[in-house]
Design a protein around this ligand. Structure first.
Ligand code: XIL
Length: 369
């Protein structure tokens, strides 16, 4: 009898011990070091993909630079490599800011994404004009594009590992395919294939991306897919698609994001999230729906953003075989381009670090897996 009691007690003790063990080890989230100190996104994601941020040269000193070095292992120039800033007039390239960013990345062992070689926006007017102020011919414009791409890509050859070759060439309007930009209006769709060919000639080792936003809208997704398929079938060197990832706590759904990842990767190309931020406003929300001056980060926004970030990073990890980079657009909520877009002077809170550069709750959900 006594033996049975003892046996039972021992069995229960074993059970309790097991519970304690699970509570202290098994259930303990892998990346929670209990110190409240982050190890760095790049460390938590070292088995998955590089994690980057977009920067300007002013972010390369002071506390932001310390955060950059600790958290990220990839960098994109937020503006400095775009056609307008880097090639302000025909015979003049402005390298200073882009060089600073490249030097910073090289000095700190970070990868560099090049953004962007051909875009309808932030391109200086001279590109499309002849000496008399009229529109240039297709031949002249293609020659200028070729010169631009060869010059910029060659300068950073071996340092920039991936280029957004063409940015935002597809229209949002369902009734149109290509965006009717000056590039398209003067050259037709041909400029897209040419841009990839010239970038490839200038640096055969660079990964070449087509980059766009709203890639989770079903109709835009299909249009981009068709364009990429056509380019790939024609043997054009396209190696990946950049989903910009300018998302919000309301859009898109996880299903939409997963559909894009799976549809684009079915073409045999890589997928990167190139400009990730999660706005706390819906796209239709404007300042007038809130009390002017009231742009606080509410607990409802915070919770929705936590859920959103947690879900998408889980999906990115699950798809690590096709996702080979995730880049945030800006570093922290101290400054985001969304503070002024699409509504001027409306503060947004789209990133994983707060304005004091401290990890937000969403950060911990992203790294504790
Ligand atoms: C934005 C920059 O963040 C801003 O500083 C600039 O004023 C406008 O461009 N899609 C892109 C990026 O591909 O280049 C844009 O960057 C954001 C949307």
């Amino acid at each position: 009898m006594r033996y049975y009691i003892l046996k039972n007690v021992l069995r229960q003790m074993r059970f309790v011990l097991l519970l304690i063990l699970i509570a202290t080890t098994g259930c303990k989230k892998k990346n929670d070091d209990n110190t409240g100190q982050s190890k760095g996104l790049k460390v938590y994601y070292s088995d998955f993909f590089p994690v980057g941020a977009s920067v300007g040269s002013s972010n390369l000193t002071g506390d932001e630079s310390i955060l950059l070095i600790k958290e990220f292992n990839s960098i994109t120039a937020e503006n400095a490599m775009k056609p307008g800033p880097i090639h302000p007039s025909e015979n003049n390239y402005y390298w200073t800011d882009a060089d600073k960013i490249v030097d910073f990345a090289v000095a700190n062992g970070m990868k560099i994404r090049g953004h962007t070689l051909c875009w309808h926006s932030q391109t200086a007017a001279w590109m499309f004009l002849d000496a008399t102020g009229g529109t240039v011919t297709k031949d002249v414009l293609l020659q200028r594009l070729k010169d631009h791409i060869k010059t910029v890509v060659s300068r950073y050859k071996g340092k920039v590992y991936a280029w957004d070759v063409v940015n935002e060439a597809i229209d949002d309007d369902n009734s149109k395919i290509y965006r009717e930009s000056s590039w398209y209006n003067i050259c037709g769709e041909e400029y897209i294939a040419k841009a990839f060919q010239w970038a490839h000639e200038a640096d055969p080792d660079a990964l070449l991306f087509y980059n766009d936003y709203n890639t989770e809208s079903a109709s835009k997704r299909d249009k981009i897919y068709n364009m990429l398929k056509k380019l790939l079938d024609a043997g054009i060197p396209v190696h990946g698609i950049g989903l910009q990832g300018h998302w919000s706590i309301y859009w898109p759904s996880e299903t939409d994001i997963l559909s894009s990842i799976s549809k684009f990767s079915s073409l045999g190309i890589k997928v990167q999230i190139t400009e990730l931020d999660v706005s706390v406003y819906s796209s239709s929300a404007n300042f007038s729906v809130r009390t002017p001056g009231d742009d606080t980060f509410t607990s409802d926004m915070e919770q929705k953003q936590i859920n959103f970030y947690k879900a998408i990073f889980r999906d990115f990890r699950t798809n690590k075989n096709v996702i080979n980079g995730v880049t945030f657009w800006n570093i922290s909520d101290r400054h985001s381009w969304l503070d002024n877009f699409p509504v001027a002077n409306r503060k947004n809170y789209p990133l994983l670090f707060d304005k004091d550069l401290k990890p937000k709750k969403a950060y911990w959900e992203v790294v504790n897996f």
